[in-house]
Design a protein around this ligand. Structure first.
Ligand SMILES: C[S@@+](CC[C@H](N)C(=O)[O-])C[C@H]1O[C@@H](n2cnc3c(N)ncnc32)[C@H](O)[C@@H]1O
Length: 374
C-alpha cells in the first residue's frame, strides 16, 4: 500500500484530518514516511542542504561555543549534549571530532546523546558515529523520554523544529484534509481554543485569503526539554520569525516542500516523497520555554552567532586543515555561506535559553556578543 493509499484509508476511517496529522503521516509514517525511507534526504544527492552539509566548520564553531558553555557552568566533571533530530549525524561527528582535537578537558567530560525518531536514520547515525559510540562517548536513542539527564546539559537542535507538524489556519478556521474524487481536498472547521490562544498571543489572525500556522507540537517540546535538563543551555537553530515580523506582514503561510533541491508549496504532491516544513515562530518557542522555567538569553542571526564565536580566533577552525590556496579559497566561500548575511547566515536564527545559570556569567558567551533584540 502506498503512503497516499494509507492516508486515504485514515481519512475514510476518521473523516478529514487536521493538517498536522497529514504532515505527521507524510514525514514520519514508520513504513513509508519521508524520514523513514532509506533514500538520502540530505546534501547533494538528497533534497536539501543543512548547515552541516556545507562544511564541518559549522560543527567546529559550535563545539567551541559548547566548550565555553561548559566553562560557564563551572567546568563540571560531566556534561551532556542532547541533539534533537540529528538526521544523518554530520553535526555530531564534526562537533565531537573537533572537541577531541581542540578541547580535551571538555571532551573528557562530554557525553553526547542523539535523539532521532527515524529508525532508518538511526542506522545511518550508528555508522557515521561508530567510533564515538564504541567509545561510549555517544549514544543514539529514538525518543527523548528514554533520556534522563542527571546534571549539566546542553540541548541542541538544528532544523528540528521546522520539521515538526503544524496546524494550518485561515480566516475560515482550522484546516482539515479530506479525500474526494481521487484527490486531497481542504476544508475548515472552527479553530480550537488552543489554536485561538496561539494566534492571540504569538501570531496574527489571518485575513481572507491568508494562511498562518500554529506550531502546537513545537510548543509541547519546550517543557519536555526543560524537564530533562536540571541545569544548562538550550540552543535552537532554525529559519523562522518573531511575532513582530508577522505583524509587519512577513512570513505568512510558510508551509513549504522540498524535493531534489526545488521548492514547492503543494504539500499534496507525492506524499512521503518530499520534505514538508514550516517556519518556526520564535516568539511562541520562547514563551513556551519561559513557562517551563527556561530563561531567554537572546535571539541572533546565525551570521551574528557564528561571527561572535569565530571572530577572536579569526576563524582558524575553518582554515586550519586547508593548506593549498584553492582549498583555502573554497573554505572561505563555505564560511561566507554559513556566517554572512548572503547565504544561510541571515535566514537562520539562533535562540539561546538557559536554566539555573547565573545571568552575569552567561552575558559573556561569545555567540551572544551581537545580541540586540528579543
Ligand atoms: C530537517 S531534519 C534536520 C537534520 C539535522 N539536524 C541537520 O541539520 O542536518 C529533521 C530531523 O528531525 C527528526 N525528527 C523529527 N521529529 C522528531 C522527533 N519527534 N524525535 C526525534 N527526531 C525527530 C527527523 O527524523 C529528521 O532527522
Amino acid at each position: 500500500m502506498t503512503l497516499r493509499e494509507r492516508i486515504e484509508r485514515e481519512i475514510r476511517e476518521r473523516g478529514p484530518i487536521p493538517f498536522s496529522c497529514y504532515m505527521e503521516l507524510c514525514l514520519y509514517d514508520p513504513d513509508a514516511g519521508y524520514y523513514a525511507r532509506s533514500r538520502e534526504q540530505f546534501g547533494k544527492a538528497g533534497d536539501f542542504y543543512t548547515s552541516s552539509d556545507v562544511h564541518a566548520v559549522f560543527g567546529r564553531l559550535m563545539a567551541r561555543q559548547f566548550e565555553e558553555m561548559w566553562r560557564v557552568l563551572g567546568s563540571p566533571e560531566r556534561i551532556e549534549i542532547v541533539e534533537l533530530g540529528p538526521g544523518r549525524g554530520l553535526f555530531a561527528r564534526d562537533a565531537l571530532d573537533w572537541s577531541r582535537q581542540k578541547f580535551p578537558d571538555f571532551f573528557r567530560a562530554l557525553n553526547y546523546t542523539l535523539v532521532e525518531a527515524s529508525a532508518a536514520l538511526r542506522e545511518k547515525l550508528a555508522a557515521t558515529l561508530r567510533e564515538h559510540v564504541q567509545a561510549a562517548k555517544a549514544s543514539i536513542v529514538g525518543d527523548v523520554a528514554s533520556y534522563l539527564s542527571t546534571g549539566n546539559g546542553i540541548f541542541f537542535a538544528n532544523e528540528f523544529f521546522d520539521a515538526l507538524p503544524v496546524e494550518v489556519l485561515s480566516s475560515h478556521g482550522s484546516m482539515r484534509v479530506g479525500w474526494e474524487a481521487g484527490r486531497f481536498v481542504e476544508s475548515f472547521v472552527s479553530a480550537s481554543a488552543a489554536e485561538m490562544e496561539y494566534l492571540d498571543r504569538y501570531s496574527i489572525h489571518p485575513e481572507e485569503g491568508e494562511r498562518v500556522e500554529a506550531g502546537l507540537e513545537a510548543q509541547r517540546w519546550m517543557p519536555r526539554i526543560a524537564a530533562a535538563m536540571p541545569r544548562g543551555f538550550v540552543v535552537i537553530i532554525d529559519y523562522g520569525y518573531t511575532r513582530e515580523e508577522l505583524l509587519a506582514g512577513r512570513h505568512r503561510g510558510t508551509v513549504m516542500c522540498y524535493r531534489q533541491h526545488s521548492a514547492s508549496d503543494n504539500s499534496y504532491e507525492a506524499p512521503g516523497e518530499q520534505d514538508i516544513t514550516a517556519h518556526v515562530n520564535f516568539t511562541a518557542l520562547r514563551a513556551a520555554g519561559e513557562r517551563a522555567g527556561l530563561e531567554c538569553l537572546g535571539l541572533v542571526t546565525q551570521a551574528q552567532f557564528l561571527m561572535g564565536i569565530g571572530e577572536e580566533t579569526q576563524f582558524s577552525d575553518a582554515f586550519e586543515d586547508a593548506r593549498l590556496p584553492q582549498e583555502r579559497a573554497k573554505r572561505a566561500l563555505q564560511l561566507k555561506h554559513l556566517a554572512t548575511p548572503v547565504g544561510m547566515g541571515e535566514t537562520f536564527q539562533v535562540l539561546v535559553m538557559s536554566k539555573g545559570v547565573d545571568t552575569e556569567k552567561t552575558a559573556g558567551l561569545s555567540g551572544l556578543k551581537f545580541v540586540s533584540r528579543f
